[in-house]
Design a binder for this molecule. Structure first.
Ligand SMILES: [Fe+2]
Length: 236
């Protein structure tokens, strides 16, 4: 008897459909060592030029949230944009009538003891993290069950599986790209390493196709906030 028919027998053929999914995409980016070296150079420049801002970070250094507008961030912007187009396609996003846009992108640098409180990313549909420098023990990301009412229904389990987890942890590894719905609450564990940890975070939203650029927020450099994502494919 194969595994699925064993399961069928145990459940007497009464197998549920599972609704209200929480997709999380995770992949390694091609040629990440080279891309990360460039991102670290951008970080060094930004850190010297600008003050840190405070969002979910407790300690650490947090850049402004428009780093995707920089020419020297074009490559990772394309990688993230292409990945998000794939994620949105999986979610049946209406690309005929709407465009995806990168609304915000920023750099995080957590030193020893720094962490990020549990938070969501409001006013976006897809968010995520890309890992640039992650010494061992520098803090994994934790994602939390988005249905708080389920905490009223905690029961003894034989084995931890997606259907009974309250939280899930992804190891922060250089070159790894994680994408998830922006409403998914998450936090970053404290950095226990001696060296600092660097990641990029981002928010992707949408706008109707053909919406006049004058209706978009503009910046002093004249570029529209939330440029359409670069639709390029990676080499893998
Ligand atoms: Fe976040």
């Amino acid at each position: 008897m194969n595994k699925s028919s064993q399961k069928q027998q145990q459940t007497q053929g009464f197998v549920p459909e599972v609704w209200f999914h929480t997709p999380v995409w995770s992949r390694k980016v091609v040629d990440f060592e080279r891309i990360n070296a460039q991102i670290l150079a951008v970080l060094e420049e930004l850190e010297a030029e600008t003050e840190s801002i405070t969002r979910s970070n407790v300690g650490g250094w947090h850049s402004h949230d428009q780093i995707h507008q920089r020419n020297d961030m074009a490559e990772i912007r394309k990688v993230i944009g292409t990945a998000c187009v794939g994620c949105a396609t999986f979610m049946e996003f209406d690309f005929d009538n709407f465009d995806l846009v990168i609304k915000e992108m920023w750099l995080n640098k957590n030193g020893k003891g720094d962490f990020n409180k549990a938070h969501i990313h409001p006013n976006a549909i897809l968010s995520g993290a890309y890992y640039v420098k992650t010494p061992e023990g520098s803090g994994n990301i934790e994602l939390y069950d988005p249905v708080p009412a389920r905490l009223m229904n905690v029961y003894p389990v034989k084995k931890r599986k997606p259907i009974n987890l309250q939280a899930v942890e992804y190891k922060a590894e250089a070159g790894q790209l994680l994408v998830f719905p922006s409403w998914l609450q998450h936090s970053v564990q404290p950095n226990r390493a001696e060296d600092f940890r660097v990641s990029i975070s981002f928010n992707v939203g949408f706008k109707p196709k053909g919406l006049s650029a004058s209706l978009q927020n503009t910046h002093s450099n004249g570029s529209a906030a939330g440029d359409k994502l670069d639709l390029v494919s990676e080499s893998d």
